[in-house]
Ligand binder design. Sequence first.
Ligand code: GYE
Length: 359
Amino acid sequence: MRSAFLRTGLVLLLAGIIFSGCINEKKPNEPVTASAIPEDNKYNEELIKVGFAQVGHESDWRIAATDSAMDTFSEKNGFELLYVDANNDPEVQVNAVRSFIEQKVDYIVIDPIVTKGWNSVMKEAKEAGIPVFVIDRMIDCDEDLYVAWFGSDFKAEGEAAGAWLEAYLANKGRGNDDINIAVIAGTDGSSAQIGRSEGFDKYIASKPNWNKLDEKDGEFTQSGGKRVMNEYLEKYDDIDVIVCQNDNEAWGAIDAMKTAGKEFGREGAVIISFDAVYDGLADVLDGNINADFECNPLSAPYVADAIRKLDRGEQITKKINYIDEACFQHEDNINSIVCGRRTIDMITVTWDVLLERAY
Ligand code: GYE
C-alpha cells in the first residue's frame, strides 16, 4: 500500500490493517480453520465444510479476494472454512487439496496458481465424491473434474488495454509514432498472465509501429515490479509505455522510475495497470497510472450460492462464469473503446469513483 489517498480512506485502511494482521500471523502453508468450533459441538455437524486452497498473499487484489472468502464462508453463513495460503507454491497448493480430501470436506474451492499440474489431484477429489469449484485463475484439466469456474476474462482485459492504448495515442497525435513497450508480466503460467499477455499481444501484432521491447515476470508483487523495471531502465533508453499486469507491479515500476528520476504517467511514460484496487485507482486519479483495467476479486459469494444450490440437490448448469468488470482512465479524453464486438465505456476516475470502491 503506497498512496497518500489512504489517509482519507480511513475505514478501508483499518479494515486492511486488521485483515493483513490476521494473514501475517499465520504461517503461509499452515491449514487454518476459520471458525473455531470445538470438534464435539453439535452445531458444527450442520456447517458445510469447505476447503479453500488460495494462491498466496502477493497483492492487494489477493488480500481483497481472501477477505471476501473468509467473510463468505463464515460460520454465521453456515460454513466451516479450512483455509490454506499456498504462498505461490504450486506443490503446496496441490498438497493442500489432497489434505482437504483426506479431511473429507464437503466442497473444495481452488484458485490455481498455475494452470498446469492438476489432473491427478482433481481425479482424486472426483473419486472421493467431493465437488470442486475453481475461482479466479483457470485450470487446465478435464472439464468434468470441476463443477464450475467463476472469474475474469483475462484475455478481454488485455485486449481492452490494447484498444485503450491505441485510442489514447491517436488522441495525442502519436498514432503513427514508433512506440516502445515494456511489459512486466504476472506469475508465469498463471491464466491471469497468459490471458492478459495474449489479449495485449493481439494489439501489438496488429500495429507495425508498436515494438515490444521485453516481457519479464514480476510475480504480481511490488518488489517484482520494481526489480523488473530496474532491469528495463538499465537495458533500454527509450520506453514509451510500461504495461504492468497488476497494480502492485505498477507501484514497483513507479518506485523504480522515481529513483531513476524518470517521468511517468501524466508527465511521461504511459503506465497501464490491471486490477483497479482502491490504491491503484488512487494512482489513476493522481495521474501516476494512465489507465487501469479492473479485475473483480469478489468471486467467493458466487461459489457460496452455487454450493447452497448443490446442497439443496439442484443442478449447476453453467460451467464458465465471467464476472463483469470496468475500465478506468486518468484523463477524460477517451469516451469508449471498441474491442472486437464489444464497446466499453471508459470511466474517468474522480473522488466519487474512488470513494465508492468496494476493495
Ligand atoms: O491480478 C493479481 C493477483 O489472479 C487475477 O493475481 C489474479 C491476479 C491479480 O495477485 O493482483
